[in-house]
Design a protein around this ligand. Structure first.
Ligand code: 2IT
Length: 447
């Protein structure tokens, strides 16, 4: 690895002490850029990597709200506006108890490259709060969202920064956030994406991330002489991303045999199809964050408590729950199972050590920043729909999404072949995303 790359990784770790998830992604992305830096010595002269790893702006704010018992609650809210070289900051909001700057910065950093890969004009940002929506009443979630937006509204705008959902922020939360923005700003505009269909939302946005993951995975399998048809697929998670992934994987002839929650996983040998997929929505809206009730509802399936689904034999694994759900021991299990493909659905699904182990053992890995980019790509289409004061048809959105995902796969493949002479989508995604941002930053001067 070049000294410049190594120095920048070390500098970022020093400047952001204890933020291990952020360090992990910076190491992973910068670590693959050595041949690019070698070819472009001008990047070092303008401190391009130091600038890339330093968010353009970050706000931390107090969120005060009153719970149903009349108790005053205080949370920490965040928005890190990472890079606006190719478009307004764009990226989701995560509400989860483990949110801290290391999580938001890792997500924000990844988002820059992901958004660049879509080929659309969106920069990268991410935000959230250490608020746990699970177990909260609707009224509590609404009051929290209103308090959160009462501060956030001054930092965002349709041409400045456009947040969306992430873990813990779905259609309900986007509704409450949008309602409060509109009330304070007195403007009905596309300042958030993932909106409801009757108030500016995009047909197809809900399923976009999952569908996109499967389009990408299938292209990856095709590039390796096979396809998802007839394959056994193990998926983790049961939220929005997992749901769309199960739906499309099943439609394309794959057999999905697992989903999971923090409580354990479901194994359904017959395949998760039809009403079983619909039941995932019920699980999600129960607000309990558990998948066990699936086994009671569908005889023939079983619930395995406290384990991840990677112990089930499958041809293709698609993690769709959260970061670092494939660690080194999971990678060893996946290799031992004889699997050939892993396609990441959740952001940074695997540790760097796990990715290296999988790849060293001949497994083809689709990285999340490429594979799950369909969500944010459709968010950008939603921004365009709002700006044009129009409504796009679902079939047009799906067609665009498909083309974007194929384009992303092929750009990753081309970049990895050009710089490494191999088919390595992990490195290719970093390089293809980076080059687009770097080119824009070079053109825009020292800012
Ligand atoms: O990780 C992601 O790409 C998202 N949570 C969606 C971001 C967006 O702006 O739609």
């Amino acid at each position: 690895m070049s000294n410049y790359v190594q120095d920048c990784i070390a500098l970022c770790e020093k400047k952001n002490p204890g933020e291990v998830e952020f360090h992990q992604t910076v190491e992973e992305v910068l670590g693959s850029l050595a041949p690019v830096i070698e070819k472009h010595p001008e990047y070092e002269k303008v401190a391009l990597l130091e600038r890339l790893t330093e968010p353009e702006r970050g706000v931390t704010f107090r969120v005060v709200w009153v719970d149903d018992n009349g108790k005053v609650q205080v949370n920490k809210g965040y928005r890190y506006q990472f890079n606006s070289a190719i478009g307004p900051y764009k990226g989701g909001l995560r509400f989860a108890p483990n949110v801290y700057p290391g999580i938001i910065k890792f997500l924000g950093f990844e988002q820059c490259f992901k958004n660049a890969l879509t080929g659309l004009p969106i920069g990268g940002g991410k935000g959230g709060a250490d608020f746990d929506p699970n177990g909260k009443s609707d009224a509590e979630v609404m009051r929290f969202c209103q308090a959160f937006m009462t501060e956030l509204y001054r930092h965002i705008g349709p041409s400045t920064d456009v947040p969306a959902g992430d873990l813990g922020v779905g259609g309900r939360e986007i509704g409450y956030l949008f309602g409060q923005y509109k009330k304070i700003a007195n403007r009905f505009e596309g300042v958030l994406t993932g909106k409801g269909l009757s108030w500016g939302g995009l047909n197809g946005r809900t399923e976009a991330t999952g569908y996109g993951i499967v389009f990408f995975a299938n292209r990856m399998l095709e590039a390796n002489g096979t396809s998802i048809k007839g394959k056994t697929v193990a998926i983790s998670g049961f939220g929005n991303v997992a749901w769309g992934t199960v739906k499309k994987a099943t439609e394309l002839g794959g057999k999905v045999v697992t989903i999971s929650g923090p409580d354990g996983y479901i194994y359904d040998e017959a395949g998760i199809t039809g009403e079983k997929i619909d039941f995932m929505l019920e699980l999600r809206s129960s607000g309990k964050n558990i998948c066990a009730p699936y086994a009671d509802k569908f005889p023939g399936s079983k619930f395995v408590a406290g384990k991840k689904p990677w112990e089930v034999k499958a041809d293709l694994y698609i993690p769709c729950a959260t970061q670092n759900e494939i660690l080194i021991d999971d990678a060893k299990q996946i290799v031992a199972n004889g699997c050939k493909f892993v396609c990441e659905g959740s952001n940074m699904s695997s540790s760097n050590e796990a990715i290296a182990y999988l790849q060293d053992n001949g497994i083809i890995v689709g990285p999340s920043k490429a594979a799950n980019a369909g969500g944010v790509a459709c968010s950008c289409i939603e921004m365009g729909q709002n700006a044009g004061k129009t409504v796009f048809k679902p079939e047009d959105v799906y067609a665009q999404l498909y083309d974007i995902m194929i384009g992303i796969h092929d750009a990753c493949e081309a970049a990895s072949k050009e710089y490494y002479g191999t088919y390595d989508l992990v490195k290719g995604a970093n390089i293809a995303g980076f080059l687009k941002i770097a080119d824009a930053m070079m053109a825009q001067g020292i800012v």
